[in-house]
Write a protein that binds this ligand. Structure first.
Ligand code: BGC
Ligand code: BGC
Length: 792
């Protein structure tokens, strides 16, 4: 009894930001000290561990609060029954309020923007409205860390009279403890992770024995058989257009890709070669399924990541990951180069839409959710595919004008450029997403074409090996980006040596005119190993990682195409989730005189604009082709079709900009940008395109109310005349195939909940302005701040 009370008191100390001193020694079953085991202090209610460290050469570690840590151990004060939530330290900027049940499921979540000095929120009630009787953990988080936490006990039958327990009160902590409470997790590549619940925050855990993962024994026996050629083959990824089925055996290939413009072949015919080689090892096949399985006709295409950032909905993103994995499997293959967890810091970047938004918090929460959807919690979903967190590291932080990517006539400005940045900014902004991805057991990470302070990421051993693999404890493999290795050095041999020694495990050597391909890579790396420039140990480490991923994703057990999800491909259930994503991603920026929602009858609503009835433009880049396309996308509903099916074609008519009807009551103008991808989307000027402006101007000239629907990969600068002349403005990002989700909002079937994942600048001078910057709230306020979004 006494012991229990003590445990509760100690936990109170954890929450109260006091002393933590947890020591121990990590050993193998044979009693050998294990160095570099990752030791983290977990709380079931935080996205990132509260403290972390590594074991030393003797296996010893100390998790010590006085040594500082990455966690913020603050304490919530109270949550009133009426929904007011208060905390002890002032906070500014956007916070996320989450409500989880005791099984750790997210019940609801909301983003709230705070002014400086804020100590409380008075309107948390909406989050609690639909909760049934039970016990819930409510938290206020910033950058993925809990700043305030409380436990809510909602009693049966009385919505408004929930009894709230203050966090510091013992009963609340007892509840937290009863679901696992705080724990220390210890993991090291090749071993089964070890989790120990805490009974005290000052404790010596003694000797902790890590058990070897049984998969490693299987890997040992394969490694014993493989020749150098077979090992290097595993490290090689060829482009499908450069090989035939027999190449798999000729080169002992480890994996294949279909590039942005290449179709997926009959995978089994390649796999059959791999599994009948002298030493059979299944191959992996990668595609860019970055917003659904977008390369395949008939697939459900989801909003791009920037739109998912606007939803702030981790549960939704997890379901999207699951659907995407199933549609990837249904197309035959088993690996997606997603999610992109870039934190975009300059929206002139052509990949802005591939980012969840401008803060690390979005990358942490939504990136990890997507990975869990694609792979399961610990690569355990029956539908799992290999996920890839990309592009490591700081791809969204490059400096304008530092890129030389592109072809004559279209040079990149930011994409593949150089991030001129301090380590502490890299760690604060760009690294947390990878920490969360590694904690979510992501199986692969793609290196970025870009550089940090002039050092190409593909040759950056500090970040790739010392930080990603050692400090974060990443157990999977690092893949290079498409033909990226040669960018390290114009001498291919130097480039390959630098990349492999820096920590690249798989080389995506697509080849093509003027580029080195899989065969060049194999011969070059073979020479480098034979002359001692790359050690056998480095090769063995890379191949172990590759085999580990192949085991974990289940390819050794069933290498042939998984047909279990074929019937669901492009189906109604999947489309319903995409439509939900669209309506949750729509951000209402302006709504004068309650113009929205539109009345469903009695008015004539005239719709026009380049993006109103064009599924291709609505899907954006990386749809059916690398750059995307204008026109038909099989299975898609356009925004116009969605509006019409909500109310019928007598209420909503499609009209021409050049003969606008005089009897229309309202105009809905659907315009935007794109499609584009990568450096071809870099843009010196992100103002609304001229054609888009003239369409809106034509509608304004009629004197009728104008609703502007923007369909774009990034916030577009809206000229003052358009701001003044329109009654309502909504941002739909690039919503994908389910245009009806836009109608769900415009006609008021659902109240808008989307919040800006990125600052909406007033002028070009503000394209690098971010939440938290000086003057953001007053002297240099953007048009619409991060977190902004109207509702009704
Ligand atoms: C892109 C990656 C992509 C790869 C394969 C590269 O150009 O940077 O994001 O995964 O191509 O298509
Ligand atoms: C490929 C893409 C790749 C890009 C890289 C394109 O030709 O189709 O997959 O990302 O080149 O520049």
């Amino acid at each position: 009894m006494k012991k229990v009370t003590l445990a509760i008191l100690s936990l109170a100390l954890v929450c109260g930001a006091q002393t933590i001193h947890i020591t121990g020694t990590v050993k193998s079953a044979a009693g050998v000290a294990l160095q570099n085991a990752v030791v983290v202090l977990q709380s079931p209610t935080q996205d990132l561990p509260m403290l972390r460290t590594l074991s030393d050469a003797t296996g010893a570690f100390a998790l010590d609060s006085s040594a500082g840590g990455t966690g913020i151990l603050a304490q919530g004060r109270s949550i009133s029954p009426f929904g007011a939530l208060a905390w002890s330290q002032p906070m500014a900027g956007e916070v996320t309020i989450t409500v989880d049940n005791l099984q750790g499921q997210r019940m609801s979540q909301r983003a709230v923007a705070l002014d400086a000095g804020n100590h409380h929120i008075t309107n948390a009630q909406g989050l609690l409205a639909d909760l049934s009787a039970g016990v819930y953990v409510i938290q206020v988080k910033q950058q993925g860390r809990a700043l305030a936490r409380s436990v809510l006990v909602r009693s049966e039958g009385s919505r408004g009279e929930a009894r709230i327990e203050n966090l510091s009160a013992a009963p609340a902590l007892a509840l937290a403890k009863s679901v696992g409470g705080f724990a220390v997790e210890i993991r090291l590549a090749g071993y089964v992770p070890y989790v120990q619940s805490l009974t005290s925050t000052i404790i010596n855990l003694g000797t902790i024995t890590l058990t070897r993962d049984p998969i490693e024994t299987k890997i040992d026996s394969i490694m014993n058989l493989l020749t150098l050629a077979e090992k290097i083959g595993q490290m090689t990824q060829a482009d499908i257009i450069n090989i035939s089925t027999s190449s798999v055996n000729t080169y002992k290939l480890g994996s294949i890709l279909s590039g942005g413009d290449e179709a997926i072949p009959d995978y089994d015919s390649y796999q059959n070669v791999a599994t009948t080689m002298t030493h059979p090892i299944p191959i992996l096949y990668g595609v860019d399924a970055v917003h659904g399985n977008n390369k395949v006709s008939g697939a459900v295409v989801f909003p791009h990541n920037i739109g998912l950032g606007a939803t702030r909905d981790t549960n939704l993103v997890r379901r999207i990951g699951e659907v995407t994995a199933k549609e990837v499997l249904a197309s035959g293959v088993d690996w997606t180069y997603a999610p992109c967890i870039a934190v975009v810091r300059d929206e002139r970047w052509g990949r802005t839409y591939e980012s969840f938004g401008e803060t690390p918090e979005l990358a942490v929460q939504l990136g990890a959710s997507m990975i869990r959807g694609l792979q399961g919690n610990r690569f355990d979903a029956p539908w799992r595919v290999v996920a890839t967190a990309k592009h490591f590291l700081a791809d969204g932080g490059t400096k304008y004008g530092t890129s030389s990517a592109g072809w004559a006539g279209s040079y990149g400005l930011l994409d593949q450029g150089n991030a001129v940045i301090t380590d502490s900014v890299v760690r604060a902004i760009h690294l947390p997403g990878y920490q969360a991805a590694v904690d979510a057991n992501v199986l692969s990470v793609m290196a970025s074409y870009s550089s940090i302070n002039g050092v190409k990421m593909h040759g950056n051993k500090t970040w790739l090996t010392d930080v990603l693999k050692t400090e974060l404890g990443f157990e999977g493999f690092v893949i290079s980006d498409y033909n990226a290795i040669i960018q390290i050095n114009s001498t291919y041999s130097t480039a390959v040596k630098t990349a492999i020694n820096a920590g690249v495990d798989v080389a995506m050597e697509a080849g093509g005119t003027g580029y080195y391909n899989h065969a060049d890579f194999i011969s070059t790396l073979t020479t480098l190993v034979n002359n001692g420039s790359v050690t056998q140990a480095r090769i063995d480490d890379a191949v172990r990682r590759i085999l580990r991923v192949k085991y974990r994703v289940g390819r050794f057990d069933s290498p042939l195409e998984n047909q279990s999800y074929d019937a669901e491909f492009g189906g109604a259930e999947h489309r319903a989730i995409a439509r939900e994503a669209v309506r949750k991603s729509v951000v209402v920026l302006k709504n004068d005189a309650s113009t929205l929602p539109l009345a469903k009858n009695g008015k004539k609503i005239a719709v026009f604009g380049s993006h109103s009835n064009n599924a291709g433009l609505q899907c954006g880049g990386w749809t059916l082709s690398w750059q995307g396309l204008a026109g038909t996308v099989s299975g898609a509903t356009t925004i116009l079709q969605g509006l019409q099916s909500a109310v019928g074609t007598s209420t909503v008519t499609s009209v021409s900009q050049y003969s606008l009807p005089s009897d229309a009551d309202e105009f809905v103008v659907v315009v935007g940008d794109g499609p584009y991808a990568e450096f071809l989307g870099d843009s010196a000027d992100v103002t609304m395109p001229d054609g888009a402006q003239s369409a809106v101007t034509a509608a304004i000239a009629t004197g009728k109310p104008v609703i502007l629907v923007l369909v774009s990969g990034r916030p577009l600068i809206i000229p003052q005349t358009i701001l003044d002349g329109t009654k309502a403005i909504v941002a739909t990002w690039w919503p994908g195939t389910e245009g009806a989700g836009v109608a769900d909002i415009l006609f008021g079937d659902y109240a808008p909940t989307g919040k800006l994942p990125i600052t909406w600048p007033k002028t070009m001078a503000q394209v690098t302005l971010h939440v938290g910057d000086a003057g953001y709230a007053d002297t240099n306020a953007p048009l619409y701040p991060y977190g902004y979004g109207l509702t009704w």
